[in-house]
Each structure stands twice: as structure tokens, then as C-alpha cells.
Design a protein around this ligand. Sequence first.
Ligand SMILES: [Zn+2]
Length: 711
Amino acid sequence: MSSPFFPEMHDLAKLVNPKGSFPTRDGEPISLANGKVFANLDFSKLGLEDKKHLPTLQAIFYAGQFPKEAELDSELKKKLFLLQLAHRLASAFQVHPMPLSEELSPSLYKLWQPQHHLLNPYKPPINNGAALKEALEMATSWEKGQGFWERYSPYLRIRSDCDYKPFNIASLFSHSFLTSQFYKALEEKVTELQDPWRLSLGGEEAFTPEEAEQKWFGCIVWGQVYFYQKPQVPDDLKVFRKVQEAIAALEEAFPSNLIASFQNHFWLFIPGKDKQSLDKVAGIFLERGFPVTLRYNEAPLATLGQSKAIEFRIILLEAMASELERLKGEKENQKTQVEEDLKAQEKIAAELSQEIARLEEELTRLTSPKTRHATRKLKREAEKRFESVTSRIQSLRNELTELEGVLGKIGKEIAWLKEQLAKEKAEKSKGPTWYQEEKHPPEIQRKQRGASLCQVCSVRQPVQGSELCPVCQEIRTTGEELTSQAPWLSNGYLLWLHCFFEPRFWQHAILTLFSNYLDKVNPGIWEASQRFQIKTSLRWPVILKDFIGDLQSFLKELELEICRLVGARNRLRLADNLWVMPISRGTKIMVLLRSYIALLERFFPAFIPLADMPLYLGMSIAPASEQFFAQWRYLRRPPQPISIKLPDQERLEVSIDTMKELIRYGEVLVSYRQRRRPSLEQVRIEELIARNIIKRQDVKTFQQLMGWEGT
Ligand SMILES: [Zn+2]
């Protein structure tokens, strides 16, 4: 049996405290430097001398890198080769330019939650020989290795995979998890060839990981599952669970390929140019009767997963160019000022030197000691002033040279940006970098005159003697009846609540937030071309993995708030982000809105002010007798970050900030019309309306919602 290999442990040294006490052969602090991880560690004192050759320990010593110089047996060589590829794909950045400061920042900086690292500073868990022995032993057997995640997750989640700002934006947890996934996915498809030794993926052979990164292709798939069903009775709502089951089946069929999944979205990594796997992915949904959209991006591993969002690149270049134009104007003004000063000083210098010459000449003529003395004094003073003016002139000249240098550099940067912008715009017209395929189950039919189709999905023929097709029938009849779990589903008013996530907006939001973070950390130090290169080479899969984890925690908290409000038995979770509950008062909805906004501010504060806010809240209040589908049509894609449909079809669709204003003045708003003299708050609302921050109609709808009572 071959020795166990745990790719996820390759960054174990990042959990070690550099100041901890460890047995070292030279008595120096433990070595954790790149390429020298544990180089001076005394393994015999840890009782691990005979384990050093094990592949996971080797991976830890090389920190996931492939050692070009070392002599390795072919099994280990293959492992470290693939590990380097996987480790890079699972990082947020391919290469880090030299850090500008030596200051270590291992705490995770969450782009959407900038306070996170202050509230959760990272402290390494491995502080001494015994703790290190425990950790390294995990790498020695399959059995012990199982404990890795449980033992270290809390630390991995708050430690960044990179030690330096601004690259500390992905967690070591997601990095380690995805390294393991990508490694396994590659290993399944790569074959080893001998004499000379090399690896091959789909017929493309490579001798080094660097070569493989250029020659080997991979594919990142973003899939989205839909359904045709228009639920008629409560039990038809089980379609959401059916979608979840289909995603679970995908996870089972592609355990090594999954990056993340959320509700009806999933993201996969597929090595090679592999259309068959794509078909197999689609097949999982099609055979369950669901259509699926697959968007995928095929690229060499060297660039796979980098955001190619062309709109973002163009916006970024334009913003950088206009910032430089502004800076250029500023520097040119400074230059004019310096030139004027210089001219004035030179004029003074010329006058002074004339004055000195005149006094000099006068001295040759004067004979009286008294007047000679006075003139000499005058001359000395003039010379002193001349000296100081000359030195001022010199410093102005230096300043001018410096400004000219800066202006020259800015000019070059602007030229580069303009050239790049033209290139990107040309690229944009070339078409999408993502391919998109919409797949429908083969059995579905277009509506034909006279043909009878299933009542729920309208795309399949009903089973004989029934109004439903086999798929819809199965959904309706399997599992517990929803009305027995939630008898209230068929009477009174219901509140439907959907948290919608838009991955495309998310990607733009991440790029914007990282761009801001980089500018804040390194204001104007790196050149434009370098800043642009870093900002656009961000690899998003590892960040997505972090984000989906936070999104799930956010939704769990939201569900707790819902339970607190209506009672656990009075809420039905249809999907991780979709609930229905009985509702009788608008004030309860207000409580939910407050909780939702408070949670957003806790989990994703940095998203709130962005134009590309990726999270939307949809709410719909309707009598139970009204069909679900009427609600779903609205909730599926809420038009604004907060979108509420009232029972009488009125709609309140506003940004988070507007909703905060409405809530802040909520109580006043209810009594708005009843008071005679306007309160300060009312004056403030009128001001907000006048400034077009809030629409009068929104205030009215908000009042209506607050005052609503179901009867
Ligand atoms: Zn059907």
C-alpha cells in the first residue's frame, strides 16, 4: 500500500509560531523560510526521524512547491509536480511581487468584511515540539490524517494563505481545501510516462510544472439549474428540494471537482479539454427533468480562474487613467509655481550680484576708513543674501528636475494605460471569454395546439389518467406532505422570503474591493502597469469558496431571526435561501428587515455601498390562496437590493441605504399624516425627498407596509 498523501496539509508550516520553542539542531529559532521549512528541526527529538521521507512531510518541507534541483523518486516527483499546479490554482495570486514592507500580515483580510482581521487576529496554534509532533503525525497515516480539518479549521479560517498585504485576502482554509480538490482532479486524469520521466494530460506532455501550466488546459464551470414547474399546490414546492438532491448527486459524481455550490449554482474545475465531463455534468440534471445552463471558461492552467471580466478591466483602466490625469494636472501646477519662484529668485540673484559688483567697485575708490567699513558691511550682507538666494535657486532647480521626472513617468504611464485600454476594447469586441450552453431534457415538448401537457411543468406529457407528468407527480407525492408540516400554508397570509445571489455582480464587487484595498495599502507606489496586472490577475475560485462559507453562515443567522420572529414551527425552509411563513402584520416584516440589514452590516458591510451589490432580498406578502408561482416570478430575481411586494400589488423597491433611512424614521412615518406641526424627523424626510434620496412614493408604500394587517 502506498503512503498516504494529504495535499491539504502542504502549508502546515503556516500554523507554526516562528517564536515558539522547538528542538533545533543549531539552537536557533525554527526555520520557516521559503525553501527551508523545518531545515534545522531536530526530528529525532520529535521521534519522527524515520518519517521524514513520507510524501506529505516532503510536501510540507517544500511548502507546496516543486523542487527542481532535488533528486526524487518518480512517485514523489509526480505528487509534488501536481501539488504545485493545484496549490497555484487554489491561490488568489499566481505570483507576488516583492512585498513592499517586511511587516507580516498573516491575519485574513476579508474584502467584504474589512473589520474581520481586527476582530479575529490570527495566532498560530503550533507553539512547541509536542504540538508540532502531533501535527506532523497527522501526515503519517490515513487514520490520523482525518483529524486535520477538525483540529485546525478554526485557525485555517482566520489565517491568510499569504503573509503580505495586499495579498492576504484568501483564507488558508479555502486554499488548503481547494488545493486538495484540484490535486485529486488532476491526479485522476494525469498519466506518468518514463524514459525520460514526464507527465501527460490528454496527450499533452510536460517535464516541469511550469511547462504544464502553459500546455495543459483546464476548465472552470459555473452551472445553474432551473425548473419548469409552476407549483399549484403546496406539495409542488418540494421541487426546491429536488433541485438540492440533484446538486447533491453532482457532488457525489464529481467529488474531486467541486469548488463550491450554493442553492441552484455550482462551480467545478475540470482538467483538460473535456467535453465528455461537461455532458456528464449536464446529464445529472437532465435525467432528473431539470434544464441547466453551463457557463465555462477554458484556459491554460497558468491563467485559469483569473477574472477576465472585460468590463471591469476597462472601467479600471479608465479610472486609473483619470486618476493619473488628475495627478498630472496637480504636478504641472506645482511645476509652474516652481518655475515662477525660480524666475523671481534668479532676478533677485542677478540684482544682488550687480549690487555686489557695484560695492566692490566703490571700495576701490573709497579712502575713508569709516565709509570703507560701512560699505564692506553692506557688501558682506549682500553676499550673504546672494548665498542664500543661490542655495534657494539650487533647491528649486532640484525640485524642478524631480517634478519633470515625475511628469515624465506619469506621461509614460498614461501612454501605457491608453494603449492597454485600446487593446482591451478591441478584445471586448472579439466576443465572450465564457462559453454558455443551455441544456434541456430531451423529452420536453413545445406547447402544441390540442396536445395535453402536464399541469405543473407544461413541458411533458401527463401520465395516463393523471394531470401530471411522471417528474411532477414524483415531486408532489414523495416525502412528507408539506401541509402536515405546515398546516398554515393553506390559510391566512403568507410571507415568502428569498435571498438572491448574483455571481456576476459578486465578481465585479470583489475586483472593485480588491482594487481599493491595494490602492489603500500601496498608494501610488507601484507603477500603473504593475497595479493593473495585479488587480486583474486575481484568481476568484478560492475567494468564492470563502464567500460561500460566509453566505451560508449569514443565511443560518437569518433563519434564526425568522424563527425568533414567527416560531421555529411556523417557518418552512424551501431552500437554503428561501422561506415561507405565516404573517399577519407589517410591523413583523419591519423587524425582519431590521435583522436582515443588521446581518448584512455584520457579514458583508463592504458590499452595501457598491453598485454591484451581489445580494438581494425579495419579499412577497400574499394570501395563501394566491398561487406560489405569482410570488416566485417576482422573487426569483428581485429588481433592487430590497424588493417587497405588498398584498395589493404595491411594491417597495429600494437600496439598502434608502431602506435604512426609511426604517430610521419608521415610527414617525406611521404618524406622518396625523401630526399638525412637522417634527424634526419629518423635516429631514422632506429634505431627503427633495434631494431625491427617497421617493415620496417609497415613503407612502413604506407607511402602507408598516400599517398593514392581514385579516
Ligand atoms: Zn410536469
